[in-house]
Every structure is written in C-alpha cells, then in structure tokens.
Design a protein around this ligand. Structure first.
Ligand code: ADP
Ligand code: MG
Ligand code: ZN
Length: 475
C-alpha cells in the first residue's frame, strides 16, 4: 500500500520585547541565572500579572503578516502542569479564544506553483524557565530568567505533505517574523522552536492517520531530517500491519533517530481554565489599523518588487529575499549600479559561495555592502576587468581593504587605451606569422590565442572587448 504523509507544525517564537509579558523584568539573554526575576515571574503568592502591551502589538503584527483574522476579544487561560521550571504550577497561555485564527502563508517549491499552508491559530503565552542538570554533582539547577518571556505559538493546519514542504514553511515563517521585526529568529538560543506532528494515510483516504509529535528540533536541517526519518519509520510500522502509536518522540541529532518520550497514556491533562487574574483582551479596529500602517514590506512583496524593478528572475528574487539581511545587503550593493542583474549575480554566486565555504551568514560577511558596491562599480565603469575583479575580491576578503585602494596598490587598472592596445596588437601579429596565416586560412578559433598573448603583455589587465575589436580589424 502507498502512504501519504500529513504534517502539521507548531512554532514557538520569542517576541522581541524589552520586558517580560506579565512583569517589568528584562528579557535580555545570557544574564547571570535568576537575575532577570521578580515576585511575579517567580510565582510568589499574592502577586498579579499585568499584560505587556507591546506583546499584543507584536502578536497582531505577526497575525496580519500571515493573513489571520484577529479576534476582537481573546482570553488568557491557565495551562496546569507540574515541572520545576514552572514556578506557578501553570503557564499563562491562550486556549479557547486565541488572539488570531484562520491565516495562511505561501511557499513555493516547484517553479510557478505556489502553495498555501493554512495557519490554524496564533496565541500568546509565557515561556517557562530552564533546568541545568549538573551531572558531576548530581544536582539540577533552575534558571528563571526565561520565565515569563513572551512567546507566540503559531499552529499550522495539517496541510504539509513532505519534509521539503515543512522546511519551506518554516523558512518562510522565520523570514516573515524577522522581516516584521517581532522575533530575532535565533534558533540556537531557542528564539524560534518547532514541534512537528506527522501521520501517514493510505493515498486516497480522507481521514488522517494516528500522529506522532516530534520535539527537540532546533534547526531547519534537523526538522527535515527528523520528518524524513519519521515518515520512513511509520511506513515500516504500517507496512507491517502494526498500528502507529500516538506519542511524543524526541529527535536525537547524534543518532539521527527519533525516540519515544511519552505515550498517550502519559499525556498531560492540562485542566485549562480562564485566568481569573487577567481580564479579557479587547483589540479594537484602531489598534489593528495602527499596526497595519506600520507594516514593512513582506517577503512576497519584496520578491515581486525585485522582479519588477531590478528585472531579476523569479529564482534570483527568491534567493535574495529569503532573509531580510540578504535582501538589504543586495539593495545596498545594487543602489549605485546601473547593472542590477550583475550585482545579483555577484552577490548570489561569488559572495554567497564564499560565505557558504566559510560557514557564516551574510551579517558576518567580511565584505560589507558599501565596499562590495565599489568593486562592482569599477567593473561597470570598465576600470577593471573580470580577472582583476576576482583578485580584488580575494584581497578584500583577506585584508578588508578598500577595493579602490587595492586596485591602485596592485596596479590592476584595466588597459583600454585604444592606441596603446593597437601597438600591442601589431606587435603580437608580427611576432606570430604562422598563427596569422592559419587564422586567415579559416582557423578563426585562433582569435583566443591572440587575446591570450595581449593578456600576457598586459598581465591580464587589457579590456577584452577593446582587444577583440582591434584584433579583428587588424587581422
Ligand atoms: P495538540 O493540542 O495535541 O498539540 P492540535 O490539535 O492543536 O494538538 O494539533 C497540533 C498540530 O498537529 C497542528 O499543527 C495540526 O495541524 C497537527 N495535526 C493534527 N492532527 C494531525 C494528524 N493526524 N497528522 C498530522 N498532523 C496533525
Ligand atoms: Mg502539540
Ligand atoms: Zn519578573
């Protein structure tokens, strides 16, 4: 029997507020343990939570960017469970009435075939603390700095059908949250975390199968790998006519496997109920309008603009708008240039190629956009040729010197002076009578031999276009 995967993703994104969701403590990462705490976020008796308005504004922004309906009235609920990193014994979340519902985002895997992935809901909640297990002293320590840091949870519809689609959805969602500047997107620090729900069903069947929920997926690559593994595992189980068990599984990146963490029997009953300490949240039309007015250009809009204004292909525009930092880098580089397409090529192949080999991202690029732009401007103005540009690029990487200075120091200015090159061409013709005869006899491929000779004489600095035309006329 052939099976089809059904996947739904839950993403927790940490919001970039300065203070926590229900108290005035700082959200700054990396502070000494328990220094960002107060009686509210450590769950002392008798305290009351006060909702951080910025949290709501950020949630509205995320909801608008993902085409969600915003509920005029939403509510905070208590999600009850016991764990040492949760001092109150419950997490304040939104359950029955979340801030936003019924949205979607678009992914594109095949050319010209965009797909919509539904978003079921977005709700706000507080983060829990962090346990640090000290195996040497056989003790566990708790750090409550993260307790009460605001999160939004974005729950997708089970519309995803492959690991690749899941990866595309996550990358797109990540890009959107960074474009609208509500989340720093740092996956290593846990600012953007994902759980994946996966089931299989026989192709053609309408009902969904039993799902497993995967946790501990802390990179896009790991999400894709874990889903692939899980699809294979469930195919094997079902192929054996055994049932898939509804359970939570942990991805182990060192073993490249998922392992059972807890079954349905051990699943929590959270006993959700409305938090009596918080009034219902009312979001009026004006608030939504104010956030909408402030909305920056979103990835899909930027993509269209890059295609229209810069004449880029759909593919190039996809790559260059995939992150806000890359898009900004490209635009800053291309700004003074006439040849936008040329700038796109250099950014996508030479620059991204280099970053890839070094394993760093665009924000860590040793060549800043302004300097890169100067290099490309020299090419555009015919001051240096492609050979020289490669040398300058390498030098910029190693020395972070200004490209104009490098060209001066190394004497890399292109030789395009007509009379200077003409003299050289005549010399080369006189020095190579046999090749000239052969060329005239029809071996036109020898043109590149002559160009090579000129390049030798100018140490690679001749303008190939000028050389070409002089050669053709003199030969
Ligand atoms: P829970 O409260 O247990 O997390 P939800 O019903 O809120 O469950 O669903 C969580 C996620 O699981 C959603 O993204 C949803 O699309 C996905 N999901 C639900 N049922 C299935 C299924 N049978 N197969 C795959 N994903 C599913
Ligand atoms: Mg879940
Ligand atoms: Zn606090």
């Amino acid at each position: 029997m052939q099976f089809e995967p059904v996947i739904g993703l839950e993403v927790h994104a940490q919001l970039k507020t300065k203070t926590k969701i229900f108290c005035g403590c700082s959200t700054q990462f990396g502070k000494s343990p328990n220094s960002n705490t107060c009686p509210v976020c450590t769950g002392m008796p008798g305290v009351l939570p006060v909702l951080n308005k910025q949290t709501v504004t950020f949630a509205i922004k995320a909801a608008l960017a993902t085409h969600c309906n915003i509920n005029q009235e939403s509510r905070f609920d208590r999600k009850n469970y016991f764990y040492p990193d949760l001092p109150k014994g419950y997490q304040i979340s939104q359950y029955a009435l979340p801030i936003a519902e019924h949205g979607y985002l678009e992914i594109q895997i095949e050319k010209n075939a965009p797909q919509r992935i539904g978003i079921t809901r977005i709700h706000m909640e507080e983060d829990a603390g962090k346990l640090i297990h000290d195996s040497v002293r056989a003790k566990s320590l708790v750090d409550l700095n993260r307790t009460g840091v605001p999160l939004i949870e974005i729950v997708s519809e089970p519309d995803i059908r492959s690991a690749q689609e899941a990866g595309a959805y996550l990358r797109k969602l990540h890009a959107i949250l960074k474009y609208i500047d509500v989340c720093d997107g740092n996956m290593e620090q846990g600012s953007f975390r994902c759980d994946a729900n996966i089931s299989l069903r026989p192709i053609g069947q309408k009902e969904f199968g039993i799902r497993a929920e995967l946790k501990n997926l802390n990179s896009f690559k790991n999400v894709e790998k874990a889903i692939r593994y899980e699809i294979e595992r469930q195919t094997y189980v079902l192929g054996d006519a055994k049932p898939v068990i509804q359970e939570t599984r942990l991805w182990d990146p060192s073993k490249n496997k998922t392992m059972s963490m807890r079954g349905k029997e051990q699943a929590h009953d959270y006993r959700y109920f409305p938090d009596p300490d918080l009034v219902p949240l009312i979001v009026d039309e004006k608030w939504i309008q104010d956030v909408a007015k402030d909305m920056p250009e979103l990835p899909d809009e930027k993509l269209q603009r890059f295609i229209n204004d810069y004449n880029l292909s759909d593919y190039d525009a996809q790559v260059l708008t995939s992150s806000i930092e890359l898009a900004d880098y490209f635009e800053e580089t291309a700004a003074p240039l006439k040849e936008k397409k040329q700038a796109a090529n250099w950014v996508m192949t030479t620059l991204l190629g280099m970053l890839n080999t070094k394993g760093i991202n665009i924000t860590q690029s040793p060549i800043r956009a302004k300097a890169f732009s100067k290099l490309l401007l020299m090419i555009e103005d015919n001051k240096i040729n492609a050979n020289a540009a490669k040398i300058v690029f390498e030098q910029m990487l190693n020395t972070s010197k200004d490209p104009v200075t490098i060209v001066k120091e190394k004497g890399l200015e292109q030789v395009s002076d007509q009379s200077e090159l003409e003299t050289m061409v005549l010399d080369v013709i006189n020095e190579n009578p046999d090749e000239v005869t052969a060329y005239k006899g029809g071996k036109t491929k020898l043109l590149s031999f002559f160009i090579g000779q000129i390049m030798k004489k100018t140490r690679g600095k001749a303008d190939p276009k000028v050389v070409n035309s002089i050669l053709k006329s003199k030969l």
